[in-house]
Ligand binder design. Structure first.
Ligand SMILES: NC(=O)c1ccc[n+]([C@@H]2O[C@H](COP(=O)([O-])OP(=O)(O)OC[C@H]3O[C@@H](n4cnc5c(N)ncnc54)[C@H](OP(=O)(O)O)[C@@H]3O)[C@@H](O)[C@H]2O)c1
Length: 284
């Protein structure tokens, strides 16, 4: 696929909502898209950190149209109230980037009492996307980008999806990222003909705050082998802005191209089953 050049005002008058832009890849993605002229709305679970990020993004991009909404993705109530606030302030949404995630080696629970990796990395984007789907449809052509990981190998443990027994941070993380690809592929089918596309991206290994709650070994690997998140953010920026991908949907991207993901991630029976489980959890 040839990559067409994107310029300063490519995203003028476009509204982008991105979760978790207070650090790492989300911050670099927000920065890159702000430089392309988009109105950036990002979420932060910490209002002060969010305000600081907003000031930094405005200063570095020269784009004043940057807004922060408070949202704790480990709380369904907070997600619902964030989406309500978004709707009260904006009529359109052209790009939704479900970027935020955690990787924790200790089993913790969300505000709703659900294993936190599953809640934050899978249920939160599942709920947020559903709550904003009508705005995305109304604003079409529009795009959804779900940030997954090359570490999505494995399966969905339907018999104990919250890892109440034998918790492993790595397994829970891999399951959540596989879940996101399955969700994306099924959603792409459901959205056919609406003008809304949905794709996943694997950003590669980057030096970010991810893994700060994981083990010392993982932290060291990220530190030694991770790239600058500016590079990692390039594919999310590309998917959000390039005309090359405007009609591509349901795919898994890395380094600005479509790649094969795991065998399980193409299993539409698995995707249907997980969709049903997700709906029950988030009560939609
Ligand atoms: N780094 C890598 O090598 C790598 C590799 C593959 C995939 N990814 C994926 O890339 C995405 C971005 O991760 P990153 O590496 O940039 O990590 P990061 O630096 O830790 O950034 C994660 C972002 O998510 C936010 N967040 C976490 N939990 C939240 C919650 N409950 N409510 C609201 N916001 C929350 C964080 O907010 P705070 O600032 O408040 O913590 C932060 O803004 C993730 O989906 C990750 O799985 C990363």
């Amino acid at each position: 696929m040839s990559i067409r050049k994107i310029g300063e005002n490519t995203l003028k008058n476009k509204i982008v909502l991105i979760t978790g832009a207070t650090s790492g890849l989300g911050k670099e993605t927000a920065m890159g898209l702000a430089k392309l002229g988009a109105t950036i709305v990002f979420t932060s679970r910490d209002r002060l950190k969010g305000e600081k990020t907003r000031t930094e993004l405005i200063a570095a991009s020269g784009n004043e149209n940057i807004d922060m909404l408070h949202c704790d993705l480990a709380s369904f109530e907070s997600i619902r109230s964030c989406c309500k606030e978004f709707r009260s302030k904006y009529d359109s949404l052209h790009v939704l980037i479900n970027n935020a995630a955690i990787w924790d080696f200790k089993r913790r629970e969300s505000k709703d009492g659900i294993e936190n990796i599953f809640a934050t990395n899978f249920l939160a984007p599942f709920l947020m996307t559903h709550l904003l789907l009508d705005v995305l449809k109304k604003s079409s052509p529009s795009r959804i980008i779900n940030v997954t990981s090359g570490m999505h190998y494995g399966t969905i443990h339907f018999d104990d999806i919250e890892y109440k027994q034998n918790f492993s941070g790595s397994k829970a993380y891999r399951q959540s990222k596989l879940g996101l690809i399955l969700f994306t592929r099924l959603l792409a089918k459901k959205l056919e003909g609406t003008g809304v596309t949905v794709n996943t991206v694997h950003p590669g290994m980057n030096k970010t705050n991810l893994g700060r709650d994981a083990g010392g070994f993982s932290r060291m690997i990220f530190k030694l082998m991770g790239k600058d998140p500016k590079i990692g953010a390039e594919t999310s920026i590309y998917l959000a802005s390039s005309p090359d991908v405007e009609n591509i949907t349901g795919e898994y991207f890395a380094k600005k191209s479509i790649k094969r993901s795991s065998k399980e991630s193409y299993d539409m029976d698995l995707a249907q089953r997980l969709w049903g489980v997700g709906k029950k959890y988030v009560k939609i």
